[in-house]
Design a protein around this ligand. Structure first.
Ligand code: GLC
Length: 442
């Protein structure tokens, strides 16, 4: 579909309406129904599309994220809207920690560092003089955030940062994370809740179940384990604790790939504005790129996330395997291995790719959240990655199938990789916004 096509223009209008509907107090919620707060990487993806239709709103979307920044630089994955304070908010109690902001309540963990990419793309849609001003206004926050990642989340100083909860990966119930959660020492109450009859009762009262069939959401066992992991993390003030075995500590593949790209953009934007980044920070950037090799398995010819506690790769396949393309720091021959795999039928090569888990995995469920469905945001990242390595025709095919599933079904949260049917919640912001970006950029 060409940008000047009337059909494309109509499609953009439909997507813009979704973003309009989800606008609240200067930012955009992922969905009015089950996600009534501000999420970190959601707002970044939203701004990337919004810049084409309303640049002022795109800028504001990112500026509002600064409200949530902690004094130590941490950017939380959620900033709660005070009109919808509920269980989620009381669970975290961010204000009991001195580094958390006083004016808003937030979670105490982060999400993939997409902020630099969003600030950069929004800047690209502005005239140069304005762009530099824009970069200057956002650079401090990005710099502090990346500094925090390296000081607080790189315990062995190898450049790969660790994540302490599945929510930090952005892919809540992804198999590698569910695997590490399953290795924790679970308390008695978790075992009781897991009994079949009790599960049925709890599922009945689930908040998300009111809008989306429970079968399309995170499974109850995994949700309870995630909840338990938050409680454990709270005991340690949401920090990595050296020597503690009952914690989850993962060098997540997608997170680190996004960080590599974000570091490059941070450097680029700093240079453009005449700012020099401290050498400790740029040295850390270089070590992340080098250490990505630790996530490569020669035996399996693919990348995986790594369990920091055991120093072993978590050999569960997910679409994160393609994120080194987006990082842009791997060799062309490695990139070719990844691109070949993307097309492979019976794995990731479906009619509506890219499935979050490949078809040949025992964990594949075509409707279950991050355990099978295709998502617009991860497709967008893979498309940029394919372009980085000149796989333009593959990138074009993925762009086309992504737009097709959204055009046919609507701005759903995720889609069946088999027939492109929309699943999860309707009118989901990043799907609408990234469709606009894909339509506006070839
Ligand atoms: C879910 C997703 C996460 C997203 C959030 C809001 O938790 O796993 O990636 O940011 O919903 O859309």
């Amino acid at each position: 579909m060409h940008v000047m096509d009337p059909a494309a223009e109509a499609f953009i209008k439909v997507c813009s309406d979704v973003l309009e509907k989800n606008a609240i107090d200067g930012y955009t919620v992922p969905s009015r129904h089950i996600y009534p707060h501000q999420w970190l990487w959601d707002s970044c993806f939203t701004a990337i599309g919004l810049r084409h239709v309303d640049i002022r709103r795109a800028r504001k979307e990112l500026r509002t994220l600064k409200r949530g920044a902690w004094s130590n630089g941490m950017m939380p994955n959620m900033i709660f809207h005070e009109s919808f304070l509920n269980f989620d908010h009381t669970l975290w109690k961010s204000k009991s920690l001195k580094e958390a902001p006083r004016n808003v309540s937030t979670t105490c963990i982060t999400q993939p560092p997409m902020l630099a990419e969003a600030v950069f793309r929004v800047g690209q849609s502005m005239p140069k003089a304005e762009r530099l001003k824009w970069y200057r206004s956002m650079l401090g926050c990005i710099k502090d955030y990346h500094k925090w990642l390296y000081t607080e989340r790189d315990p062995d100083g190898d450049g790969l940062v660790v994540q302490l909860h599945p929510y930090e990966s952005g892919m809540d119930n992804s198999p590698p994370w569910m695997y590490v959660l399953s290795r924790m020492n679970h308390p008695w109450w978790l075992k009781i809740f897991n009994k079949h009859s009790i599960k049925i009762i709890i599922n009945h009262f689930r908040r998300d179940g009111g809008f989306v069939p429970v079968s399309q959401r995170i499974g109850l066992r995994d949700a309870l384990r995630s909840f338990y992991a938050i409680k454990e993390l709270a005991k340690r003030k949401y920090k990595y604790a050296n020597g503690d075995k009952n914690q989850v500590v993962v060098q997540d593949l997608m997170f680190n790939c996004i960080l590599i790209r974000a570091n490059k953009l941070l450097l680029h934007m700093a240079e453009a504005t005449g700012e020099k980044l401290p050498s400790e920070l740029t040295d850390a950037f270089a070590s992340t790129e080098q250490s990505l090799e630790k996530l490569w398995s020669h035996e399996n010819n693919r990348y995986y996330s790594r369990n920091f506690l055991t120093k072993r790769l978590i050999k569960q396949d997910t679409l994160s395997a393609f994120m080194p393309l987006y990082a842009g720091c791997i060799s062309k021959s490695r990139a070719e291995i990844l691109a070949r795999r993307l097309r492979k039928a019976g794995e990731y090569g479906t009619d509506f790719p890219v499935p979050s888990v490949p078809l040949d995995s025992v964990h594949f469920r075509k409707r279950k959240y991050w355990q099978g469905p295709s998502w617009a945001n991860t497709n967008w990242l893979i498309i940029q990655g394919l372009k980085n390595y000149g796989f333009d025709s593959l990138a074009g095919d993925l762009r086309h199938s992504t737009l097709l599933m959204i055009a046919r079904s609507g701005s759903y949260e995720y889609f069946s990789p088999l027939d492109g049917a929309g699943e999860g919640i309707q009118d989901f912001s990043w799907t609408a916004s990234l469709a606009i970006d894909l339509l506006k950029t070839d």
